[in-house]
Design a protein around this ligand. Structure first.
Ligand code: PLP
Length: 453
């Protein structure tokens, strides 16, 4: 490629415009798939798989990648534009059109998230809910049907209960996914397209038997979509049979409670179809991630495994000790949890059972008093929704992040009015934080609330 001049700007030969080795001299002959990447040799530990993923250096040899902030991208020859729009030239050959379509920095982060989940491809979005809605709209057409876990995040529940039926004529049947017979009964052959559930459900912490549910879904021709927001590193749904994994990256993956983001992980063919200029839910609806945000997040992925181990470690210690003190604790790492054995059998070794635990205080009043004490006297955590932060976050799910569900739906989802969801943080020492929590429990019992046992 010769130097050329355009509008007074001198363009040096750009290595990003050089012809990749696997292409003919004119760049034709590239496979049209733009997003596929090797599956990291089938490595099963997500941290090992991440370490194997391509490391992107900065433009000037920086150890960190450069941020490609451009909304639009130039080409040397006008004909190239047509070849990009026809899909002949794409991001894998370093041809970019416009950042609502593929962006290099967002692609770098997405490659890491694909490595984390062991999927062929991934792409990041502006929020977790936009990742979920985009993938469902891609996989289900008007008149289609979804079978979904009854215990799922309130926002997703609203999407399925209200928004999709009203706007798209897509309906959902909610079932307890721990009951495989009920799941099978809910599938309408010829109409149901997707089986959707959360690995560890928000907030009731039910654990999905992903291999069995995937087998069942596939035997009926469904795509199995799993929200793995509560269990990155801990469980790898795609390695257990799921077709698509979605994330609210706003939570553990970010870890800073300062970014809203999401991701869709799955086959390259799905992600490419989601970027299709005519029919792609990401391209057409445009839930685009800002490249500056993608850069920030990519700096946090390398320590996700360390953070998850400590979230899980502390959650298990607190859950075990709280149970001994007589509280009703819900934590899938405890033997008392109905799906403990399932989680044990599907979890990646060394990452524990996740950083969320539930304390059932029976009534909202007791839950509020206890949370208020924990924040305002014991300094144990913050009264706030969301999760995956380094500080402990406390919320009463029934009146906050699951308030979208009616009373009957909450009951079916296992959400008691007094359920406190605890996202266990890792600041301070474990014993320092435990003594704050323990004091709060004793103080609470002294005041007669709640009854022990
Ligand atoms: C399990 C789960 N999925 C999806 C979402 C939505 O993600 P976001 O808030 O990033 O849109 C949330 C948010 O709380 C969640 O808890």
């Amino acid at each position: 490629m010769a130097d050329s001049t355009n509008q007074g700007v001198t363009y040096l030969p750009n290595k990003k415009r050089s012809v990749p080795e696997d292409l003919d001299s004119d760049g034709i002959g590239a496979k049209k798939q733009v997003l596929s990447s090797p599956l990291n040799g089938g490595l099963v530990d997500p941290a090992a798989s991440l370490a194997n993923a391509r490391h992107e250096f900065g433009e000037h040899g920086g150890v960190n990648m450069s941020i490609e902030t451009s909304a639009t991208f130039t080409v040397l020859e006008p004909e190239t534009m047509g070849r990009m729009f026809s899909g002949e030239l794409g991001p894998d050959q370093d041809y970019f059109i416009y950042s609502r379509h593929f962006n290099p920095t967002v692609m770098n982060l997405s490659r890491k998230i694909a490595a984390l989940e062991g999927t062929e491809a991934a792409y990041c979005t502006a929020s977790g809910l936009s990742a979920i809605s985009a993938v469902l709209l891609q996989l289900v057409s008007s008149g289609g049907h979804i079978v979904a876990g009854s215990a799922i995040y309130g926002g997703t529940h609203s999407l399925l209960t209200h928004f999709l039926p009203r706007v798209c004529n897509i309906t959902t049947t909610f079932v307890d996914i721990t009951d495989l017979e009920k799941v099978e009964d809910a599938i309408i052959e010829g109409k149901t397209n997707v089986l959707y559930f959360e690995t560890i459900s928000n907030p009731s912490l039910r654990v999905a038997n992903i291999p069995e549910l995937s087998r069942l879904g596939h035997s009926k021709g469904l795509k199995v979509v799993v929200d793995n927001t509560f269990a990155p590193m801990v469980v790898s749904p795609a390695r257990l049979g799921a077709d698509v994994v979605v994330h609210s990256v706003s939570k553990f993956i970010s870890g800073g409670a300062d970014i809203i983001a999401g991701a869709v992980c799955g086959p390259a063919s799905l992600l490419n179809s989601m970027m299709d200029l005519h029919n792609g839910a990401l391209m057409i609806l445009g839930p685009t991630m800002n490249p500056k945000v993608a850069f920030e997040l990519s700096e946090r992925i390398p320590h996700l495994s360390l953070r998850m181990k400590e979230h899980s470690n502390r959650a298990l210690v607190y859950a075990t000790r709280l149970e001994k003190l007589g509280l009703k604790v819900i934590y899938p790492g405890l033997e008392s949890h109905p799906q403990h054995e399932i989680l044990k059998s599907i979890a990646n070794k060394g990452y524990g059972y996740g950083g969320l635990l539930g304390i059932d205080m029976e009534t909202e009043e007791k839950a509020n008093k206890f949370m208020s004490y924990l924040q305002n006297h014991a300094q144990f955590g913050f009264l706030a929704v969301s999760l995956g932060y380094y500080e402990t976050l406390l919320s009463c799910s029934g009146s906050s992040t699951s308030s979208e569900l009616n009373e009957e739906e909450k009951k079916y989802a296992g959400i008691s009015p007094g359920l406190i969801r605890v996202s266990v943080g890792y600041v301070g020492t474990l014993e320092q934080k435990w003594s704050q929590l323990e004091k709060a429990v004793h103080k609470f019992y002294e005041n007669g609330l709640p009854n022990k046992n």
